[in-house]
Design a protein around this ligand. Sequence first.
Ligand code: PSU
Ligand code: MN
Length: 307
Amino acid sequence: MRREALNVSEEVETALGERRPVVVLESALLSFGLPPPLNLETYLEMEHAVRGQGAVPAGTAILDGKPRLGLAKQDVERLAAQVGCEKASLADLAWIAASGVAGATTVAATLALAHAGGCRVFATGGIGGVHPGVTEDFDISADIAALARYPVAVVSSGAKAILDVPKTLELLEAAGVSVVGLGTGEFPLFYSRESGYRVRQVASIEQAASVAAEQRRLGLPGAVLVGNPVPAGAALERSEVSEWIHRAETESRARGVRGRERTPWVLSRLAELSGGRTVAANRALLVGNAAVAGALAVALCRKELAV
Ligand code: PSU
Ligand code: MN
């Protein structure tokens, strides 16, 4: 995406101009990832967590057909109300812009906007990836292609819970994405801290910032994906979660829920099956990731100003 196509808020423009730390936030989680009113509350907590680290939050969305970097409170409220709002991945951006409507940006679309704006750090919950039925329906998120293309550090608690994690990790590797675990040698499993799938470990946020700085210094094209496990107090038991997921997936297939509709449907079914515990974990990990991304952006700025 071209820089000139982007509408940047005054606060974010000033921060970037002064080379101060900025953390980009997506809006698909705001419009589709969590049920209201928890979506708005959680998003505002994420902004607060970013500011608490000394960084500036930059929400992304398409509003009235215009790509935006840096959202005002009323924009956020509008996206949280989900009225006439499309889920916007890379393939949807041009249509949404041409139609002049609103789009809540996924990780893929957010990466495009972040990169166009010159932002280096982005916080989310879980990336999209390879769906379990991939051999039948070829359902692979554009997040993978975008992570291969945009050199941005993405803090997430792994991939979203309903995905095939080993296949997602294989594709990330094939795409040249640098995947690291923050304080863990395992790729986090969204609602659970351990997965058994090995990734390279960074001991600290400082070290994660070094990897992001090297990715840029070496001129590598892809993202650095920093896996930050869900806070221990909110983590769920792996076996229990996989039972709920299996059930929700089976039901979604039986009902013919497909494509971009599937994630929101399955997530709301998981919330029912878990008595709200998946939603509480989701909130905790989102706020945790925002705080880590804030500290990472601060560390990265310090490193690059020192060069
Ligand atoms: N993880 C979640 N909830 C979500 C998403 C991820 O727990 O709503 C969103 C993110 O915005 C991610 C997107 O980029 O789903 C991927 O969707 P798809 O598989 O349609 O590309
Ligand atoms: Mn898909």
